[in-house]
Design a binder for this molecule. Structure first.
Ligand code: DGL
Length: 270
């Protein structure tokens, strides 16, 4: 029917926006679990159960391919779902791999052994659940050696963004960047490992300084999805119009989404 895009709430809209621009002919079913956001403070079992249920909903609505546009869900659920086996003809993909491929300057499908890469000191900003999963470091270790990763768990940022309190979100970002810099004074690169964070990307960049290269997922995921669909066009489905679903209050979520994307977007109850 269409490609499914799942996030705990509003963060996946940063990915949705990029993929809609990159693939204007494709249609998408976006599902935000705003009723249960933030996921980043939940335990892995709970994140897995929530994610699995919502991915099933998207599969049931005819999406053959579902993108977990949520690092927290990817960290806690993706590998487990893939290992448990997905239904015939269905796929679920996450957002870590395109990011790590960009960071390590690897091409898609490059399965050669891990090697030294240019970047040596990387700051990772992510939710508490993503940081404690160490999924980023695990995926990175398959591809690169000798990279020092300092992770900063950014408590409160997702809640503030979901509440629309951008002043609080920005203040929290500055204090999390300060905390990171106390542990790693001179990161070469910084990874925004949560899809909500591109909504405050400028604040991260300003706090980190202009010499730190920022890796943000939306454009990387959009390029990677375009590449995937070129190789597997049957996974695109045949939907004609994108649909936006939420487990939360559709009016409230539509207002926030319209504010973030700066265009009108209407959510329906799932
Ligand atoms: N935007 C999500 C992520 O990428 C989830 C944040 C949350 O719900 O805590 O991690």
């Amino acid at each position: 029917m269409a490609v499914g895009i799942f996030d705990s709430g509003l963060g996946g809209l940063t990915v949705l926006d990029a993929v809609e621009k990159r693939l204007p002919e494709a249609s998408f079913v976006y599902l935000g679990d705003n009723a249960h956001a933030p996921y980043g403070v939940r335990d892995p079992e709970n994140i897995y159960e929530l994610t699995r249920g919502h991915v099933q909903t998207l599969w049931d609505r005819g999406c053959d391919l579902v993108i977990l546009a949520c690092n927290t869900a990817s960290a806690a659920a993706l590998r487990r779902m893939q290992e448990a086996g997905v239904p015939e003809g269905k796929r679920v993909l996450g957002v870590f791999v395109p990011l790590i491929e960009a960071l390590t300057e690897r091409q898609w499908g490059d399965n050669s052994p891990p090697r030294e890469v240019a970047v040596k000191h990387v700051a990772l900003f992510a939710t508490p659940a993503t940081v404690s999963s160490r999924a980023f470091q695990r995926e990175l270790a398959y591809r690169a050696i000798g990279v020092d990763v300092e992770a900063q768990s950014c408590g409160g940022v997702v809640d503030a963004i979901e509440e629309g309190d951008m002043i609080l979100a920005e203040a929290l970002v500055r204090s999390h960047v300060d905390a990171l810099k106390r542990k790693m004074p001179e990161p070469q690169a910084a990874v925004l490992g949560c899809t909500h964070y591109p909504l405050v990307q400028d604040v991260f960049q300003a706090a980190l300084g202009p010499d730190v290269k920022l890796f943000s997922q939306p454009a990387l995921v959009a390029d990677s999805l375009a590449d995937y669909l070129e190789r597997r066009p049957n996974m695109q489905g045949s939907g004609e119009q994108s649909v936006y679903l939420t487990t939360g209050d559709p009016g409230r979520v539509s207002d926030r989404a319209t504010q973030f994307l700066r265009r009108s977007i209407t959510f329906e109850a799932v």
